[in-house]
Design a protein around this ligand. Structure first.
Ligand code: ADP
Length: 453
């Protein structure tokens, strides 16, 4: 089945609405006209009965019908309809009537009784040709034909006019709908011709500030975000490939050199140890990349639990006892409990990343202090070192994947640039944030602000 275009649907809606309006409008006009003619008919019959009543002489002892002494002129009904009358005595006998009409079926009728106050029991002839009745009934009738014909003409006229208007709309509607939808068609055409490679490509706005303009604006906003995300992904892939290539090249080079000629066992052991070092590094990078990919895909928050941060920190630091810098770690947390909402495994991974950096970027023998602070904004777990610190311009980039400060490169400190990216993801998963302070050469402080529980 052929699918309807937007123009077809709009036209259908337009024609349907038009038909409903025309039918409603015509029916209303017809109803008003027909009620008005019925009212005119009733008025005319009432005034015909008044005229007839005026032709009778009403006395206390009886009523005389005197049409010859008083003129009975009933005129015409609405639209020239004929009015007929008859006068009946109290026994239903016709005393007088208008010129008889051949057929009076369906005529509209009005009746009125005239009665004397103290009538004789029966009709009495008072003078020759003059009869006094105890009561008479006046009947006026009006031919409905002219009104019916006028209403039929009106119905026909209204139907014809409505059909004509509807046909004109049908003829011009498609053109009108196409014109109304032209901006939409233009936007669709430019979307179709748009290449994904051009980051500056945007849909043209209508400039009218209408709904379509709003839609184009939102769509362009989405395009901007998509391009930014695409750029980030590309940079990330490029950086990741670069980071993986360096140890891989080293491994391949060493193996190639080792295989050029036979070597003794010590030589092979030395090469294998170097290959193992490089592979471990490679493994760490791959693990970090896998974690970041999983964290992106699984945006759900893990189940957080209520945790005493002070007690947890003391226990966690016991795991650092065997580390070469264990003696430099100072737990400055107050002894009282501090309840937070966190995930113990994620928090452990996050704190270990910060501690790894603190010991990596500070000299052996300098203190690395851990502190807890329960301020208004949440519970803060901080790691402060007295190392190389962070220059002002670098702070904004610390959490970008593969970012490494020039100072850390210059000093030849080993690293990949993924530790803080992972730490930021872990913090976000616990609805926490990481704040950084410190200056070049003056040590640094990384603080995780957790929600209190
Ligand atoms: P990596 O340590 O592997 O380089 P990170 O993501 O952990 O990667 O850190 C990114 C960069 O942030 C580091 O290269 C370093 O320049 C800086 N940085 C992180 N922690 C500290 C710290 N405690 N003191 C000084 N600089 C730091």
């Amino acid at each position: 089945m052929k699918t309807l275009t937007l123009t077809d649907r709009l036209l259908g809606f337009f024609l349907g609405t038009m038909a409903a309006v025309l039918v409603g409008f015509s029916a209303s006009i017809y109803a008003v006209a027909s009620a008005d003619l019925r009212r005119q008919t009733d008025d005319k019959l009432a005034s015909a009965l008044d005229t007839l009543a005026a032709a009778a002489e009403v006395k206390p002892e009886g009523i005389e019908w005197e049409p010859h002494e008083r003129t009975v002129s009933l005129g015409d009904g609405p639209m020239g309809g004929r009015i007929a009358f008859s006068v009946l005595d109290d026994r239903g006998r016709v005393i007088d009537h208008s010129t008889p009409d051949p057929a009076r079926d369906g005529w509209r009728t009005a009746r009125r009784w005239l009665r004397a106050e103290n009538p004789a029991a029966t009709a009495v002839e008072v003078n020759p040709g003059e009869v006094m009745y105890p009561g008479i009934e006046l009947v006026a009738e009006l031919s409905p034909e002219p009104v019916r014909a006028a209403l039929n003409r009106l119905a026909l006229g209204l139907t014809g006019l409505s059909v004509l208007v509807w046909l004109v709309v049908l003829g011009t509607g498609r053109w009108i709908c196409r014109r109304a939808l032209a901006p939409l068609t233009r936007v669709a055409a430019s979307a179709e011709s748009m290449g994904i490679a051009d980051p500056a490509a945007r849909l043209p706005g209508t400039g009218a500030g209408d709904e379509l303009d709003g839609l184009v604006g939102s769509f362009n906003g989405l395009l901007t975000r998509l391009h930014e995300s695409f750029d980030r992904q590309q940079r990330f892939t490029g950086d990741a490939s670069h980071q993986l290539r360096t140890p891989l090249t080293a491994i391949l080079g060493q193996i190639e050199v080792a295989l050029r000629r036979p070597r003794d066992a010590d030589e092979y052991r030395r090469v294998l140890a170097s290959v193992q070092r490089q592979s471990t590094h490679l493994h760490r990078i791959v693990e970090s990349l896998l974690f970041l990919a999983r964290a992106d895909a699984d945006a759900r928050l893990p189940g957080l639990e209520r945790l005493d941060l002070a007690a947890w920190l003391t226990t966690h630091l016991e795991g650092w006892n065997g580390h070469p810098r264990a003696a430099d770690l100072r737990n400055l947390a107050a002894s009282g409990p501090m309840w937070v909402s966190a995930h113990p495994l994620l928090l452990a991974e996050l704190l270990d990343n910060l501690l790894d950096n603190a010991v990596k970027y500070s000299d052996a023998g300098t203190t690395v202090a851990l502190g807890l602070d329960g301020g208004e904004g949440g519970a803060t777990l901080s790691v402060t070192d007295l190392g190389c610190g962070i220059a002002d311009g670098e702070r904004a980039h610390l959490f970008e994947a593969f970012y490494r400060s020039p100072e850390s490169r210059r000093r030849g400190i080993a690293g990949v640039g993924l530790g803080l990216t992972i730490a930021a993801r872990l913090a976000a998963a616990m609805a926490a944030r990481i704040e950084v302070s410190g200056r070049a050469g003056g040590g640094s402080r990384f603080a995780v602000v957790l929600r209190k529980a």
